[in-house]
Write a protein that binds this ligand. Structure first.
Ligand code: SF4
Length: 249
């Protein structure tokens, strides 16, 4: 959020600079072009300001406001690359920024209280969760997993079967996009590293994606793990609402 504020301050600075510069007696055409640019920057600032206000109210109030979801998504989509660039400039670890973004996104999804049937859910798992020595092609079909217990894939498949949700194991963004097209889910719980999760969440807007950051005891992309408690909690957000919806009928 600090970097978001810095981005806004930079935008304000540019707008003020343009305004002051445009007032300087220059050629008529030049002055009007600068005035037009100042107006454009003011509009962008207003858009971001309302978007951030709506985002903060949604998270703090734990409820969404009609018509604001689109604005919040666009604000995140447009500001996130700026925040990442600023993070690089200030030498802040990218993982940290991406993790914060995933947390903000998860809170927004939670606040929206979307009611989705378990069959319309998809769990997306990264290929690196599979034991590296496992010969079974679970990216082709999760049915190929023998649930031998040498990695967590079998355990997650059991959990998914119990909840009635679909699971796909993907190796990269192209496979993830294909899985989304194939299942056409209304909500997704995705496990991945910070970088893949943040880019996946942004690519999938406005689809509700809850991100669960993986654990990497042997370094990136090798025999990774996931906190089963965090995964169950991510799933329960949606199933809980389903139960509430049933109870309300
Ligand atoms: S649980 Fe499944 S994916 Fe993991 S090592 Fe065993 S067979 Fe392979």
């Amino acid at each position: 959020m600090g970097l978001v504020l810095v981005s806004l301050l930079i935008l304000i600075g540019v707008t003020v600079y343009l305004f002051v510069y445009a007032r300087d007696p220059q050629s008529f055409l030049f002055r009007n072009i600068l005035m037009l640019l100042t107006g454009l920057f003011l509009l962008i600032l207003f858009f971001f300001f309302i978007g951030l206000l709506a985002m903060t109210s949604t998270i703090l109030g734990n409820r969404s406001f009609p018509g604001m979801d689109w604005l919040i998504d666009k604000t995140l989509l447009l500001l996130f690359p700026v925040v990442i660039a600023l993070g690089r400039l200030f030498q802040i670890a990218q993982d940290k920024i991406q993790r914060s973004f995933i947390e903000v996104n998860n809170q927004l999804v939670r606040a929206r209280r979307q009611r989705v049937h378990a069959r319309q859910y998809l769990i997306l798992l990264p290929h690196c969760l599979q034991r590296d020595s496992c010969p079974h092609k679970i990216t082709l079909s999760t049915d190929n997993c023998q649930k031998c217990g040498r990695c967590q894939v079998g355990e997650i498949l059991d959990l998914a079967a119990e909840k009635g949700v679909n699971v796909e194991v993907v190796a990269g963004g192209t496979m993830a996009r294909r899985a989304l097209t194939q299942h056409d889910p209304q909500a997704v719980v995705a496990v991945a590293c910070e970088r893949d999760l943040s880019s996946g969440v942004l690519d999938s807007f406005p689809l509700a994606v809850i991100g669960v950051v993986n654990q990497r005891p042997q370094g990136p992309c090798l025999n990774t793990r996931v906190d089963m408690g965090a995964l169950q909690e991510a799933l329960s957000i949606q199933l809980e609402h389903l139960e509430q919806a049933k109870g309300a009928r």
